[in-house]
Design a protein around this ligand. Structure first.
Ligand SMILES: O=P(O)(O)OP(=O)(O)OP(=O)(O)OC[C@H]1O[C@@H](n2cnc3c(O)ncnc32)[C@H](O)[C@@H]1O
Length: 167
């Protein structure tokens, strides 16, 4: 099978390759059609679905997968949220979300000023490309988790739901 993934971000591609080790994974630069920093579950999910749909339309794709990172507020707190979508050739859409962790108030304040999480994380850690590596989840869990593993969990949930429908 050929699985198209709507991103050039290595942590997302690794996640799909690890969840589908037998399949060919192809990266594709697509438009999420949401803001570059989604700020709610709804917007983050919508971005994942748009990415997956566009990938599923690629001429050689069997499955399209979209993974989207975002943040969402609960009361006065800001949480990291991540969503994934898988679209097959019958236009069935499967969705799944990843773990959430509360982000520090300092991060919340910076994002309220309009900065994207990726930018805030670079300033906060003095490291480049955190979003392509361990991600905020890696930094704030002291490396117990990372972005690849978190997305891999989401992709496994997508794969399982799709497989269930093939039974
Ligand atoms: O190349 P794409 O696939 O767009 O990947 P991305 O990491 O740039 O973009 P996302 O849509 O996944 O995330 C939206 C924004 O949130 C940032 N972001 C999301 N999760 C993050 C994380 O765990 N660590 C750092 N930045 C994160 C990311 O850098 C973007 O600025």
């Amino acid at each position: 099978m050929k699985i198209y993934v709507g991103s050039l971000n290595p942590s997302k591609l690794t996640a799909v390759s690890e969840a589908f080790p037998e399949e060919t994974v192809v990266e594709m630069d697509v438009d999420s059609k949401v803001s570059s920093q989604p700020f709610s579950d709804e917007e983050t999910l919508e971005g994942a679905i748009h990415r997956a749909r566009e990938c599923a339309m690629a001429s050689k794709a069997d499955l399209g997968i979209g993974l989207e990172g975002g943040v969402m507020e609960i009361d006065d707190d800001l949480y990291l949220c991540n969503w994934g979508a898988l679209v097959d050739q019958y236009e069935n859409i499967y969705t799944a979300a990843g773990a959430r962790i509360k982000l520090p108030e300092e991060v919340h304040e910076q994002m309220n000023k309009g900065l994207e999480l990726g930018e805030v994380m670079e300033k906060y850690t003095q490291k480049n490309n955190v979003r392509k590596k361990e991600g905020a989840i890696g930094i704030f869990t002291n490396g117990q988790m990372n972005r690849d593993k978190m997305f891999q969990h989401i992709v496994t949930l997508l794969k399982g739901q799709w497989e269930y429908d093939q039974l």
